[in-house]
Write a protein that binds this ligand. Structure first.
Ligand SMILES: NC(=O)c1ccc[n+]([C@@H]2O[C@H](COP(=O)([O-])OP(=O)(O)OC[C@H]3O[C@@H](n4cnc5c(N)ncnc54)[C@H](O)[C@@H]3O)[C@@H](O)[C@H]2O)c1
Length: 367
């Protein structure tokens, strides 16, 4: 037996305190010397069904950073899946390392074996730096994987569905803020013209919104200006842009101490995960400034809905679109609850998600 030094003991204690704080069920550390695999599978909550959430590969600055990311992202999946009305729980995996250097077939298949080892308690899919090809490799070792290419029975690219949900959430926010969900003539800024941003711009321009865009890559902007009539806003001018609606569709953390005081908009509604750098503090700052915030984990749930029907074995585009459309009603409900309770929309959305988990959990108890 290895004797624990005092510092090792402290680490074990603090590791468990983080898991306890967020109330995770199980966290699996995966290691394989041969392939260089270091991964964490975080299973947050399986009350509604197996934990589902993608695998992210990132060159984390430290193992602690990777752990914190896995824990936060998996909790986020629990809330997202619950409020979307899906019968799945929340989980997420992270692989530590530079995808461009160490990702290969053997590493992905070894990771697939670890996914298999939790025996269906966790289903994976794509996230940052993962492709459908990687999901194919994982599928060689385990059936507990979604986000497969269409020729393998997969549901295909989730981005169009994510964009549709964001569009629905944005319209619900407009209804609350302006009394009408008509976006024609509204000035909307889409930050990040990637997969989701592009589909969102399509919906918005078709409705007659005055769209402006921002991206850090010129080629991405060019792809948009070749297709749509839009204004361009430099990346460092996004926070104080004179717009009605700001749609963050790039990175998380764009709602923070620096940006919130500069915002000119009435509404924030976008696809990026974890937009509020600090959930409570920055959610409250937006509320105090009278800016209506549509919770990210609620309105970006269209993509996971697409993956869910792949897992459930009864995927159809119509079905996913219909379920995604419900984001409109749920967003209205969240704003009403927020107004009645004086809590932020983010807190109100968490309450609705947690209540569903509790009530469905109760009916699962044996009679
Ligand atoms: N793809 C989905 O179905 C889905 C589902 C849920 C949540 N999300 C989240 O939505 C966001 C967008 O996803 P995506 O699939 O479109 O990603 P993507 O990588 O295709 O697009 C992101 C875009 O943001 C740009 N960008 C990065 N930093 C920027 C900055 N500082 N300013 C302006 N632009 C910047 C990138 O150049 C890129 O064009 C991500 O945060 C993602 O986690 C996506």
């Amino acid at each position: 037996m290895i004797e624990l030094t005092e510092t090792m003991n402290e680490k074990v204690v603090s590791l468990f305190s983080e898991i306890e704080d967020m109330n995770h069920e199980q966290v699996v550390l995966c290691h394989d010397k041969e392939t260089g695999l270091k991964a964490i599978i975080a299973i947050h909550n399986t009350v509604l069904g197996p934990a589902m959430g993608g695998t992210r590969m990132w060159n984390y600055a430290s193992e602690q950073e990777a752990m914190t990311d896995a824990l936060r992202l998996s909790r986020g999946m629990t809330l997202k899946n619950a409020i979307a009305g899906l019968n799945i729980g929340g989980g997420k995996a992270v692989i530590i390392g530079d995808a461009s250097k160490i990702k290969n077939e053997a590493l992905m298949r070894r990771f697939g074996k670890f996914v298999h080892s939790v025996a269906g308690k966790y289903y994976t899919a794509e996230d940052v730096n993962m492709t459908t090809r990687d999901m194919e490799y994982i599928r060689m070792e385990t059936p507990y994987v979604t986000g497969l290419p269409e020729f393998m029975g997969g549901a295909g690219d989730p981005s169009p569905y994510t964009a549709y949900g964001v569009y629905m959430g944005m319209k619900a926010a407009a209804k609350k803020a302006y009394g009408s969900d008509d976006l024609s003539g509204k000035k909307v800024l889409v930050q990040g013209t990637g997969n989701v941003g592009t589909h969102l711009i399509d919906y918005l321009t078709k409705e007659g919104a005055k769209v402006s865009v921002s991206d850090i890559f010129e080629d991405k902007i060019k792809k948009i200006t070749d297709r749509f009539v839009v204004d361009i806003i430099p990346a460092d001018e996004v926070a104080h842009a004179n717009v009605d609606i700001y749609a963050p569709c790039a990175l998380g953390g764009t709602l923070n101490d620096t940006t919130i005081s500069q915002l000119q908009c009435d509404i924030v509604a976008g696809a990026a995960n974890n937009q509020l750098l600090d959930e409570l503090k920055h959610g409250t700052q937006l509320l105090e400034r009278g800016i209506l915030y549509a919770p990210d984990f609620l309105i970006n749930g269209g993509g996971i809905t697409n993956v869910y029907y792949e897992y459930a074995g009864n995927h159809s585009r119509e079905r996913v679109m219909k379920q995604t459309e419900l984001i409109y009603d749920t967003t209205c409900r969240v704003f009403d609850l927020s107004q009645q309770s004086g809590k932020t929309p983010h807190e109100a959305a968490i309450k609705i998600a947690e209540e569903r988990i509790k009530s469905i959990g109760n009916i699962k108890l044996p009679l």
